[in-house]
Design a protein around this ligand. Structure first.
Ligand code: PGA
Length: 253
């Protein structure tokens, strides 16, 4: 298999400590030794250490929803890559559209974060995607190309296969409106073309590109049939453990 599929559950700012514990225990009982796809959950910061202890050596991995690019220092409210490693994270979501929209994140800042994640052997899941107005104006590809070009500036081609890209059209996030498999495939293929332009064909073929935006148990299968879709980054439907398990094990339903 050229690229192993990867399914991520992005909890965003949801769940109590007790709910997080119950979810994780059930997930381990169902997916603790499941290796057909890579499974990663992204709980809020305060729960990471506890969940990391529960996950232990199982085949479910842990990631954070964001981080800062510096190792330490006077950056009130921020969390560093070293801290994430320390509590057992191996993945980090960078540049989610909600970070861009509500917290002013830019491609330049995301670029610094990607470099910091790679330095500390965290796998970055880099989010890109156009807004509805941009798609309507026919600018979707231009926007995604510009985001990718800026986010990947100064990154060595040998490091690129460690990065996962999440294509998340902003108009499909939390709206119930999914991109059709054809729309998603079209953009995923384009993303690979851009990676080939910036780096080379081999690198472009190794990078995993997830789709994100209203993924549910009943649409995952058709999305995964597309040749350039290597998994999903799931928000709303990842909050319910049974629904997330169905998405991860999409091949069995
Ligand atoms: P959604 O969110 O599945 O709720 O649309 C996806 C995401 O924001 O990663």
């Amino acid at each position: 298999m050229l690229r192993k599929s990867i399914m991520g559950g992005n909890w965003k700012m949801n769940k109590s400590l007790q709910e997080a514990t119950e979810f994780t225990k059930k997930l381990i009982s169902e997916l603790g030794t499941y290796r057909d796809v890579e499974t990663v959950i992204f709980p809020p910061f305060p729960y990471l250490k506890m969940i990391s202890s529960l996950l232990g050596e199982t085949d479910v991995a842990l990631g954070a929803q964001n981080m800062f690019w510096e190792e330490k220092g006077a950056y009130t409210g921020e969390v560093s890559p070293l801290m994430l490693m320390d509590v057992g994270c191996r993945y980090v979501i960078l540049g989610h559209s909600e970070r861009r929209q509500y917290f002013g994140e830019t491609d330049e800042g995301i670029n610094k974060k990607i470099k910091a994640a790679l330095k500390f052997q965290l796998t970055p899941l880099v989010c890109v995607g156009e807004k509805l107005e941009e798609r309507k104006k026919g600018l979707a590809k231009e926007i995604v190309k510009s985001q990718l070009t800026k986010c990947f500036t100064g990154i060595n081609s040998s490091e690129v296969p460690q990065i996962v890209i999440a294509y998340e059209p902003v108009w499909a996030i939390g709206t119930g409106e999914t991109a059709t498999p054809k729309q998603a495939q079209d953009m995923h293929q384009f993303i690979r073309e851009i990676l080939q332009e910036i780096f080379d064909k081999k690198t472009a073929n190794l990078v995993r590109v997830q789709y994100g935006g209203s993924v549910k148990p009943d649409n995952i299968k058709e999305l995964m049939q597309e040749p350039d879709i290597d998994g999903a980054l799931v928000g709303g439907a990842s909050l319910d453990v049974d629904s997330f398990i169905k998405i991860v094990k999409y091949g069995e339903f």
